[in-house]
Design a protein around this ligand. Structure first.
Ligand code: SF4
Length: 402
């Protein structure tokens, strides 16, 4: 597997595959071609169906701000071999000089047609959780963090420190904001109000739930507003892991070095999902985004509480297992309904999975491994209709019309 640094990117919301990916494609294209006066951008499949709500058009117009740009939306999956496909056709003096196709393949990563998925260096000698456990056993290592430290560059701690700082900023800045999110859904920002309720809440259990929820909402509302967020592992699911880590940092006095360790655990778990399935809602539905986010957050939480590798696997498997089949159906293409609430629920699922791993895993061994649930997610997602893969055609998006 590759470096865990590929997992965490800081970029503009609301969608890693619909904003960061297309923006990266435009930047890549502009590295090669500069001498033209007009660009025609053709968006296909999910990029067309949810491109307006996700702000794909706005981010591309920004990328090509020095040129005349026309965007066409093709609401079809015919003749494309990836659900997030886009073409750039450039013209000079009215004559076409190049047409290049890109795919936005998830988490902000892109692929140019004809290119193989660029293999940045594979640095880990395993591709699965089982492989990770075998490595730990063989080398007598107790912690997943030891393995990450063995294979990553020395600067990984500084990198993850910056990532956590960005997560803190995305939460704290959005806990102060009020007003409405962009678009025609009329969704009010409520993270600040939830946080104030948490401060007043006397019941300890409810207070904790409200604090975590306010942090998850803050990051997700910021994402829906186009703020810079950390893909954790995607923009749409950017509230889950940060809310859990921020809660532990703020309320349980967990120090930042330990949080960096938790980001290593979460990064390695994400890498296993990327390697064996996908983290893209357009590819496998929301199980791949919120399901993965919840799984990695619960694994990170177990690590923060010094639980065993077996318990980390138990919690991560559990969190993902009970999101299997979760569809991606953002209403009107905005990463607002159901996405913001879903981040809150995903964070709370992480908390519950951690508690189960702590208290129930010792009563009965889990019969399902993390690798098996990732495999189940892939076959479930592959058989899901495209209506439920970030197209805003099915599910809630079909029922709720605004
Ligand atoms: S429904 Fe889930 S996968 Fe789809 S855009 Fe929202 S958060 Fe992302």
């Amino acid at each position: 597997m590759e470096s865990i640094k590929r997992v965490y990117k800081i970029g503009p919301g609301p969608s890693s595959s619909h904003t960061i990916g297309p923006y990266n494609a435009a930047k890549d294209f502009l590295n090669t071609y500069k001498d033209f006066d007009e660009v025609v951008i053709d968006l296909y499949g999910s990029l067309a169906l949810t491109g307006k709500g996700h702000g794909t058009d706005k981010i591309l117009l920004k990328a090509f701000e020095n040129y005349k740009a026309i965007i066409n939306f093709h609401y079809t999956f015919d003749d494309i071999d990836h659900p997030n496909t886009l073409d750039f056709s450039i013209f000079k003096n009215g004559k076409i000089i190049n047409k290049t196709r890109y795919y936005s393949i998830g988490g902000g990563d892109i692929l140019k047609q004809g290119q193989k998925i660029e293999k940045s260096k594979e640095i880990y000698p395993f591709n699965s959780f089982n492989g990770l456990k075998n490595y730990l056993n063989k080398h007598n290592l107790a912690s997943i963090v030891d393995v990450v430290d063995e294979f990553e560059d020395k600067d990984v701690n500084d990198f993850l420190f910056k990532i956590f700082k960005a997560m803190i900023h995305e939460i704290e800045s959005n806990l102060k904001k009020e007003g409405y999110l962009p678009g025609n859904l009329g969704v009010k920002k409520v993270a600040k109000n939830i946080y104030e309720k948490a401060l007043d809440e006397k019941d300890e259990f409810e207070r904790k739930i409200l604090f975590i929820t306010s942090y998850a909402y803050a990051a997700s509302e910021g994402n829906a507003d186009g703020d810079l967020v950390v893909t954790a592992p995607t923009c749409g699911s950017c509230g889950v892991l940060p809310s859990i880590l921020y809660y532990e940092y703020k309320h349980n006095n967990i120090n930042i070095d330990k949080i960096v360790g938790a980001l290593k655990v979460a990064g390695l778990l994400t890498n296993i999902v990327i390697k064996n399935a996908s983290i893209s809602g357009a590819t496998l539905g929301c199980q791949a985004e919120i399901g993965t986010a919840s799984a990695i957050a619960s694994g990170a939480l177990c690590y923060l509480h010094d639980m065993s590798v077996y318990q980390i696997e138990y919690a991560s498997e559990l969190a993902l297992e009970h999101f299997l089949g979760l569809t991606c159906d953002p209403v009107n293409g905005y990463v607002q309904i159901p996405c913001i609430e879903r981040n809150g629920i995903g964070a709370l699922r992480s908390l519950i999975s951690y508690i189960y791993a702590k208290d129930i895993s010792i009563l009965r061994r889990n019969k399902v491994s993390f690798d098996e649930v990732v495999k189940a997610m892939k076959i479930t997602g592959d058989s899901l209709s495209k209506d439920y893969k970030e197209t805003s055609i099915g599910g809630l998006a079909k029922i709720i019309k605004k």
